[in-house]
Structure formats: C-alpha cells, structure tokens
Design a protein around this ligand. Structure first.
Ligand SMILES: [Fe+2]
Length: 288
C-alpha cells in the first residue's frame, strides 16, 4: 500500500522516489514577492526599535511591554490596535457571550494524540503548568485551549499552504480545565517551525497557541508558548514585539526531566500568570 492510498486527506503525498532524490522546490505561489525585505533588514529593524524603546524608558517615558506599532511585523502594520481598549459592561456582555462548565469538557480533549484512529507523527510531549493570579494564587476551573501546527510545521487550516505534509492523525486543537491547584495538563506532539511570508525566509519559532477564558468572556487572553533554545527567537518579529527579554522569557517553557515519561514523552513546564482581581475589588488599607 502506498502513502497516497492511506491518506484520507486527499493531499498529494511524497512518493518514496521523491524523498530519496531532490526535495521538491516550493511552488511559485509560495515564493516571496520582489518587494519583501530580507531577514537581515527585519533583524536590524528589531534591534533599532528595541534600542529606541530602551532609550525612551531610560528617559522616563512609559513604554508598554508589547510594542504594537512594530514595523518588522509587516502584516500587523495596518491592523494593530491604535487606541486604548474600550471598557465594556461585564454584566451586559455576559448575557450574550459563550459560557462553559466543567461538564462540557471531556478528559480526553487534553490529549491531542488520541483524536484519530492512529497516532500522530512527531516528538510526543506533555505540557503542564499552573494558572496563577498576580499574587501567585492558583486559579482553578479555568478553561485552557490550545492549537498548533503538526510536527512538520503545517496547520490543518485551509489557508496554510506551507508545502509540508498534513498528518491524518493530528488535528492540533485541545482543551482542558484547571484543577483545584490551578494545574493544566496536555499531551501532544512538538510542533515544527513554519514559514509565514512576513519577509523573505520568514520562519516562526515552534510554538503552541494558548487561550485562557478567565471567569467571563471579557477576560479571555490569548498567547503563545515557545520551546527553549529555539534558534529562531532573535529573528522573529512577533516574539520580539515584546521588548524586554525577561517578558519574552516568560513565554518559553522549561524542559523538565522529571516530567519526561520513560519510553513515552518529553516533559515541558509552563506557568501562566494572569492579572489578579481588578482594582474595584481591592480594598485599600485604612478603608472602611
Ligand atoms: Fe501559529
């Protein structure tokens, strides 16, 4: 039986002769257009903008942790936020927003390797951590959702035309609820880096997208978790919209050998710290 016969996605698979000979070149449609800047220029711009932010901070300016108006991230130039977020009435929006309960999530949904008849290809990993508030208190019963590319760096999404193989045994989405200690657990495979056409030879570092729902729809936050030691960190404009190394470090999971399961999976630990209760809930010292 050939690979093509067993591929339910209908995608054209590599035949063994192609694998042994020259790898296929990227189709014309995937090559960078002539007006795309090279990586060298993007890296220089990142360095200049970080230096400028550091100068402004040293001069006493209040500089946000994330630089939204960040030219090296070309595709965000016309769509990044230019105004402060609007406050909405949380009670009104909750009347119309999605809701969830612990019973809506099946335990199996936290294992992305069990969603099909076979096992996905790639390096099996577990990711675990705690969801904490600003005071380090665990946040139980939080909806944590993840989505990611497969081991070859390909999303199942139709707009992803990266010429890497889809994996018929991997969808790349999972969800879970934090337990009483604020902990979450996922089993998945390590995603590959992928090209994204922000500039010539633009590759995203391997990452897993995370969404946390909070206790209300208005509190949802979305972020990305990275893997330690990725050589693409200094080159990636998205990762570098965060201007401080200590803040960027918080997005990088830690390899934890105690979490590595013998003969089974590599273990990564990643804690997520969200804001605490907002100021209206806080009783200042000396108040009545
Ligand atoms: Fe991604």
């Amino acid at each position: 039986m050939s690979f093509t016969d067993s591929d339910p996605s209908g995608e054209e698979a590599f035949s063994s002769s192609v694998v042994l000979e020259q790898p296929a070149a990227a189709p014309e449609s995937l090559l960078a257009s002539a007006d795309m800047p090279p990586q060298r220029q993007i890296t220089e711009e990142i360095g200049q903008l970080h230096a400028e932010a550091a100068r402004r901070e040293a001069a006493g300016d209040e500089v946000p942790a994330t630089l939204y108006d960040f030219a090296p991230y070309r595709s965000s130039i016309l769509r990044h936020p230019t105004k402060n977020p609007r406050l909405v009435d949380p009670e009104t929006i909750e009347l119309f927003s999605p809701a969830f309960g612990e019973r809506d999530i099946a335990a199996i949904e936290r294992d992305l390797t069990l969603q099909h008849s076979g096992e996905p290809l790639g390096e099996r990993i577990t990711i675990t951590g705690r969801v904490l508030d600003s005071w380090g208190r665990p946040l139980p019963n939080q909806l944590v959702e993840i989505w990611q590319a497969n081991a070859a760096g390909r999303y199942i999404h139709q707009r992803d035309q990266h010429p890497a193989p889809l994996d018929p045994n991997f969808t790349g989405a999972g969800r879970t609820i934090t337990n009483d200690r604020g902990e979450y657990f996922f089993t998945t495979i390590k995603p590959g880096p992928y090209p994204w056409k922000n500039h010539i030879n633009a590759w995203r570092p391997a990452h897993v997208h995370f969404s946390l729902f909070g206790v209300a729809f208005t509190q949802r936050i979305v972020t990305q978790m990275y893997f330690p030691g990725d050589p693409l960190f200094p080159l990636d404009p998205i990762y570098n919209t965060i201007r401080d190394q200590k803040d960027r470090d918080r997005l990088i999971a830690t390899y934890d050998h105690d979490l590595t399961v013998p003969e089974f999976s590599m273990g990564y630990r990643w804690d997520i710290v969200v804001d605490g209760p907002d100021a209206t809930w806080f009783e200042p010292e000396g108040s009545h």
